[in-house]
Design a protein around this ligand. Structure first.
Ligand SMILES: Nc1ncnc2c1ncn2[C@@H]1O[C@H](COP(=O)(O)OP(=O)(O)OP(=O)(O)O)[C@@H](O)[C@H]1O
Length: 242
């Protein structure tokens, strides 16, 4: 069995009366790429937040490389190797692309000076952003802002990268470019958990697909099997086509 890098065991999260996440067991192995799909409100982002540490589960545990990190805040988990990129990129305004990525290297990886600079340059190249290093972050178009969001996450030196609907709003050609970048990052050994509604984009990258509905995982396996699963068609794919 491949070594689990990040796992949630029996994780539940309630918001008042609503159970957004209900006793979920989820594992991503070292170097694996897992896609997460499901209807709106299924609990996908809540699961990602529980894994990243921006939300505490009410019950259950989160483990990173076997260590219980349930009580660690997101910034401490980031230092250990769990990075997250958001649906809506949040560049630090008034700073260049390079400076934004240096912040990731400094705060997320604990690098300083030349080390942080070198790491930032490396990830800008990996994310095809080197030519825009000195541009103001807020002047970038959507695809480049998404690449910068990825670069900032990568600069933290993650073992696992959590991606929350980063394909949204892109044209087909832009989505293809983003897929190429993410495949490269994955080929470099980073494990990926990617929530995405654009399933045909997602399946170009992931080895495994998980479908959630009403706070639970209803299917988990090879993408081609999950996409044929009757409960997935009923809860998600059928509804999307309707
Ligand atoms: N901070 C919060 N306070 C109250 N309710 C919340 C909060 N965050 C999420 N919820 C609720 O929990 C449920 C799961 O939300 P979540 O964002 O995890 O779903 P999702 O599968 O990511 O949906 P989408 O595809 O629309 O992003 C939803 O009913 C949502 O309204």
């Amino acid at each position: 069995m491949p070594e689990p890098v990040l796992e949630a065991a029996g994780a539940s999260r309630r918001f008042g009366e609503l159970t957004a996440l209900s006793e979920v067991d989820f594992t991503v192995s070292a170097g694996e790429a897992v896609g997460v799909v499901g209807p709106n409100g299924a609990g996908k982002t809540t699961l990602l937040s529980v894994l990243a540490g921006t939300l505490r589960p009410n019950d259950g545990r989160v483990r990173f490389r076997g260590e219980d990190v349930t009580r660690l805040r997101a910034d401490r988990r980031c230092r250990k190797g769990i990075a997250r990129a958001y649906q809506i990129p949040r560049p630090f305004g008034g700073m260049t692309v390079l400076e934004n990525v240096i912040v990731g290297a400094t705060h997320g990886a604990g690098l300083r000076g030349q080390g942080a600079y070198q790491r930032a340059i490396e990830v800008l190249e990996q994310c095809a952003l080197a030519e825009l290093a000195n541009r103001r972050a807020e002047s970038l178009g959507l695809l480049h802002r998404k690449r910068m969001e990825l670069a900032r996450a990568l600069a933290t030196g993650p073992a696992v990268l959590l991606l929350d609907e980063i394909g949204g709003g892109l044209t087909d050609a832009e989505a293809d470019e983003l897929v190429a970048t993410i495949r490269q990052l994955h080929a470099g050994g980073v494990a990926i958990v990617w929530i995405e509604h654009i399933v045909h984009v997602l399946v170009q990258v992931v080895d495994r697909l998980v479908c959630m509905n009403a706070g639970r995982i209803i299917a988990d396996g090879p993408p081609e099997d999950v996409l044929k699963d009757a409960s997935v068609i009923d809860a998600y794919l059928g509804r999307r086509a309707a």
